[in-house]
Design a protein around this ligand. Structure first.
Ligand code: ATP
Length: 321
């Protein structure tokens, strides 16, 4: 068995007519990783997934799954991939179990094996109670589970899920998210989403796409330390508001300061640092040097959302990448 990365995408470009949807994208995904493709609408997430799932040829560049070229070895690649497209198309007139068996047979499983695997995925995806129901009568959440069961039925090495929780209610989102986490123990998973908390909660690593290009690819923690501000610092200090404002604004490391008088002679100072700076030590030292009283000093680390907004901002600083 090939022991290299599960996904290798090299200089991949996809054009639709004159529109470049994916522009010279390269990334790899190791076996067993859960990786999120994150980007706003139209960033190229679905296009990359469709190329990997052999649904769409690339214009330029290469993509390999388990060492196999998606273009030249499409049949072998398809056997290794479970793909759940966006707005997963199902056969609404079929019963759940009947549909999954049909799909298993289409994917090359013989009758006994397909029966066995349908039992497993029905259980795994929480579909036992609805196995005899007509798909068209199921709720969106259950239909999404049928889509997942379909993607899993042939025991693929790699699962590609395009916006798996879109349109689901919060309970259904939790259930599907847990299911994806459980899958990760045995499979490699690539998930697309434009919902940041989704990716943050489910994925170990994130690839941020914008207008067909990769802007950043790293673990959430590394992205935070590399691209994130170290987060806002909130300090409640007993001192005159004007004096505090002057003090924070004079600091090179403070990009923005907001000072609001609160109770008992204190002011609540919200300080936004310049990139990569942790303001807490300097705030603490300043307060001590000036003989002020401090009753709160807290820090909120940058979220994936902060990073995303920062890297996809039209006037972003090129040197960040
Ligand atoms: P979303 O989150 O909205 O699904 P996405 O990141 O998945 O977006 P894609 O669906 O890959 O983005 O689309 C990337 C770009 O390519 C978009 O500008 C889209 O309009 C365009 N595009 C996608 N499919 C086609 C097509 N079949 N023909 C022409 N243009 C297309």
């Amino acid at each position: 068995m090939n022991s290299g990365p599960m996904i290798e995408v090299e200089n991949l470009t996809k054009r639709y007519g004159r529109h470049t949807a994916v522009n010279n994208v390269s990334f790899t995904v190791a076996r067993g990783e859960i990786v999120g493709l994150l980007g706003p609408n139209g960033a190229g997430k679905s296009t990359i997934m469709r190329v990997l799932a052999c649904f769409l040829p690339a214009t330029e560049g290469t993509a390999r799954v388990a060492g196999l070229d998606v273009f030249h070895a499409a049949d072998a690649v398809r056997r290794r991939i479970g793909y759940m497209p966006e707005n997963n198309p199902l056969y609404p007139d079929m019963r759940v179990r009947e549909y999954l068996k049909f799909r298993a047979r289409l994917k090359g499983l013989d009758v006994p094996r397909s029966r066995e695997r349908v039992d497993v995925v029905t259980e795994q995806c929480g579909l036992a109670d609805v196995a005899q129901r007509i798909i068209g009568t199921l709720s969106k959440g259950y239909r999404q589970r049928v889509g997942l069961a379909d993607a899993l039925v042939h025991e693929p090495d790699l699962i590609i899920l395009d916006e798996p929780t879109i349109g689901l209610d919060p309970h259904q989102i939790r259930a599907v998210r847990q299911l994806i986490k459980d899958l990760a123990r045995k499979h490699t998973v690539l998930i697309s989403s434009h919902i940041l908390p989704e990716i943050e909660l489910t994925c170990q690593r994130v690839i941020i796409l914008y207008q067909g290009r990769v802007l950043a690819a790293d673990s959430t923690a590394d992205l935070q330390s590399r691209l994130g501000r170290n987060g806002e610092v909130v300090a409640e200090v007993a001192a005159p508001a004007d004096e505090l404002r002057r003090c924070w604004e004079a600091m090179d490391t403070v990009e923005h300061a907001e000072v609001i008088p609160v109770k008992d002679g204190y002011c609540r100072c919200t300080l936004v640092p310049r990139a990569g700076v942790d303001l807490r030590p300097v705030v603490f030292q300043t307060v001590v040097d000036r003989g002020w009283s401090l009753r709160e000093l807290s820090h909120s680390p940058a979220t994936l959302e902060d990073i995303f907004v920062r890297v996809t901002r039209p006037d972003r600083e090129e040197d960040l990448f």
